[in-house]
Design a protein around this ligand. Structure first.
Ligand code: TXA
Ligand code: MG
Length: 317
């Protein structure tokens, strides 16, 4: 979908316009001190699906939710002592904390990719802060580049990559850190999940003990380790034309009137993406085996099929 991308100045008018576009479900790129983020209202599934469509991401990975302060962060995530200590020491700043999700807080399941955990960040950038305060809600935002390209540190980079595909970019000049935020998992013991703009040494000094390294690929799973993707308990069958033997059928498109749930009766992939994780959870809650109708392999269908394949084969990553 080609649209004209507005270039907004970071003045009162520009910030208010950006907030209005976000409220209406639009995508707005905005500066943070690390890199430019591609923001969407984290409560609107279709808007979040739009992020993946605009970036051309062939898979859904969980996104970082940006909020104005710790108080707002605590509406969406649960903070233990370590998370509180790190937030107190480094927020606002280039640090993202992964904490248990507060269920029922109203975030789209697509933001967390169906996981029970949530990545939260309070950026320090004045423009990001002004936007978050004007918008007054949670913004899901990955880096504002097409999938496979490097992260943008200027509005011009964003326009090069995503111009015509997003509603607006808020031009706040060069991002000073230029590296993505450091991500720390705070689920059991604090773990470094992604090195970034905040040195791990500074984090260890604030904790007064060493960080646990991230789980290595292929290592046996220990309790409390981060799961990289959601998988239902029940067996999952893909490309199912019809339900067989007690299966719970998740349909797609007009050919599945008998489906218990339909990702999109009109065959709209954006709508299907927005519903995907919620419907998998609902199907799983019935305790029945799950069957999912074929999803076309184009646009967001690639990411939907990627997630479904992982959910069907939880051991292969
Ligand atoms: O500096 C940054 O962090 C930038 C700016 C825009 O804030 N954002 C950014 O977002 O780099 P993104 O989507 O490119 O990176 C998000 C990372 C991914 O590697 C994702 O796997 C991880 O965060 N992540 C998000 N939620 C997670 C979760 N619940 N558990 C583990 N990792 C998570
Ligand atoms: Mg990125």
């Amino acid at each position: 979908m080609e649209t004209v991308t507005e270039r907004l100045l970071p003045d009162r008018q520009g910030i208010d316009r950006a907030a209005a576009l976000l409220r209406a479900g639009g995508l707005v790129a905005f500066p943070t001190e690390t890199v430019y983020g591609l923001g969407a209202d984290a409560r609107q599934g279709r808007a979040v699906a739009g992020i993946f469509a605009a970036k051309g991401r062939p898979h859904f990975n969980p996104l970082i939710v940006h909020v104005a302060d710790l108080e707002a962060a605590q509406r969406y995530g649960r903070f233990g002592d370590d998370a509180l200590a790190l937030a107190g020491a480094f927020w606002p700043g280039p640090l993202t904390l992964v904490v248990p999700l507060r269920a029922g807080a109203g975030l789209s399941d697509l933001v967390t990719a169906g996981l029970p955990t949530l990545a939260l960040r309070v950026p320090r950038s004045e423009v990001a802060q002004a936007l978050l305060r004007a918008f007054d809600g949670p913004l899901a935002a990955p880096s504002a580049n097409p999938s496979g390209r490097i992260s943008p540190t200027r509005a011009a980079h964003v326009l090069d990559g995503l111009g015509g595909r997003i509603a607006a970019v808020l031009d706040g000049g060069a991002a000073p850190v230029g590296l993505e935020s450091t991500i720390i998992g705070c689920l059991d013991t604090p773990r470094l999940l992604r090195p970034g703009g905040l040195p791990a040494e500074a984090i260890e000094a604030a904790l007064s003990y060493p960080l646990t390294p991230p789980p290595t690929a292929g290592a046996p799973t220990a309790p409390g380790q981060l799961k990289s993707h959601y998988a239902p308990e029940a067996p999952l069958r893909l490309n199912a034309e019809a339900a067989a033997g007690g299966e719970f059928l998740i349909g797609f498109g007009p050919d599945h009137p008998e489906a218990a749930l339909n990702l999109s009766p009109t065959g709209d992939l954006m709508e299907a993406a927005a519903n995907l994780f919620e419907y998998l959870h609902k199907a799983d809650a019935t305790g029945r085996p799950i069957a999912v109708a074929p999803i076309p392999m184009h646009g967001l269908g690639l990411a939907i099929n990627d997630r479904l394949t992982r959910a069907a084969h939880p051991r292969g990553d």
